[in-house]
Design a protein around this ligand. Structure first.
Ligand SMILES: Cc1cc2nc3c(=O)[nH]c(=O)nc-3n(C[C@H](O)[C@H](O)[C@H](O)COP(=O)(O)O)c2cc1C
Length: 352
């Protein structure tokens, strides 16, 4: 981390976390953050669901909920970006405060509740998106919607022409009963609707499913079965957790979803289980607590084709992205892998 970045992050940590995030995002939007070439080598260049990624390090959903900083983010070193969640209509989300730092645990608790400007506003920005970046949208549902499962298809149909991929997010813990849509019957019909919407897009795009880390073995088995049956293009594992274990920070008992380092092991175990159950037929994106090249490498060895991160950016800044990409390249070289695909799942059993 450079001195200026260190000072900026230290300053931002003195103010309310949501305000700090807004300021940080504004700086990226205005081009005030350092512009970085996306680090890539033949070893870390990869393909996932037909998308060519210069490196497998992605921005996780929720960082840029309204797609406001696409240009700046496309110059931050990521191999791919996921913005949103977008819902059909704008909504405020839960009352503030709704974001808490857990510095001693290197984690964060949030209970935003899909605050976003709605698909129409977001799509205006997606139209002007940088074309040299792989860009996806996280699809959500309105809290007051009469038919939440139809909301996902609606957002995809509306924004799909401007996307490279979309992620169905039925795993946010901050919209009451949303996670119930992960049940077998509900999820199958929801996804069928989304896939039908995808097929109406001029240039059909991959559709991923993002799951919660708080699923039991039976539920993970159902998800794997549905994903194989419907030929989903990928699974993003995982969203934030409702579990609280071994935390020491002041705000450890706040309600909401926990992310960052405390989520790493749990989300990696789910990833490995999914990799086993889908017999590596479906690309998996590993998310949850990635804060170093070692973490990214661990997720890949557990079964991920690519990774995403959010919380670690709050503690380490955007320079972390290039550090992870470079470090990952070195780990792969050290262990004799010429490509990422050779390493995927090589230590899966360790996490089962
Ligand atoms: C403040 C905040 C907002 C988030 N918003 C979303 C969201 O809108 N949609 C979603 O799928 N995940 C959302 N997430 C979850 C992240 O995308 C990611 O799955 C999770 O934080 C674990 O990764 P991390 O430990 O690298 O943060 C959010 C996370 C945080 C911390």
């Amino acid at each position: 981390m450079k001195t200026l970045e260190k000072l900026t992050l230290a300053g931002l940590r003195q103010i309310d976390p949501e305000t700090a995030h807004k300021l940080g995002l504004k700086a990226v939007q205005m081009g005030l953050s350092r512009s970085r070439r996306t680090f890539s080598t033949p070893r870390i260049k990869t393909q996932i669901a037909g998308l060519s990624l210069p490196n497998p390090i992605g921005l996780a959903a929720g960082f840029d909920k309204n797609a406001e900083a696409l240009r700046g983010l496309s110059r931050s070193g990521f191999g791919f970006l996921e913005v949103g969640a977008a819902t059909p209509y704008a909504q405020e989300g839960n009352p503030r405060p709704r974001l808490y730092r857990l510095p001693q645990d290197r984690g964060v608790i949030n209970r935003f509740g899909f605050n976003n400007q709605g698909m129409e506003e977001i799509n205006k920005r997606l139209k002007w998106r940088p074309r040299d970046t792989i860009l996806g949208l996280n699809l959500g549902a309105n809290k007051e919607s009469a038919d939440r499962s139809a909301d996902f298809a609606r957002v995809l149909a509306y924004c799909g022409e401007n996307l490279d991929f979309a992620t169905v997010n039925v795993s946010s813990p901050n919209t009451e009963k949303l996670r119930e849509l992960q049940g077998k019957a509900a999820l199958t019909s929801l996804l069928q609707g989304v896939l039908e919407a995808r097929d109406t897009i001029h240039r059909p795009i991959p559709v991923f499913l993002k799951i919660a880390p708080d699923l039991n073995e039976g539920e993970i088995g159902d998800i794997a079965e549905i994903a194989l049956d419907l030929r989903l293009d990928g699974i993003v594992a995982t969203n934030t957790t409702l579990e609280r274990e071994n935390l020491i920070s002041e705000h450890k008992s706040q309600s909401g979803g926990l992310s960052g380092a405390p989520l790493f092991e749990k989300s990696t175990r789910i990833l490995a289980k999914l990799s086993e159950l889908t017999t590596a037929q479906i690309p998996l994106i590993g998310v949850g607590g990635v804060a170093s090249a070692q973490d990214a490498y661990d997720k890949i060895c557990a079964g991920a084709s690519a990774v995403q991160l959010y919380t670690a950016l709050i503690y380490h800044g955007l320079s972390l992205v290039e550090d992870i990409a470079r470090g990952l390249d070195q780990f792969l070289a050290r262990d004799g892998f010429d490509t990422i695909s050779q390493a995927i799942g090589c230590k899966r059993d360790h996490w089962l």
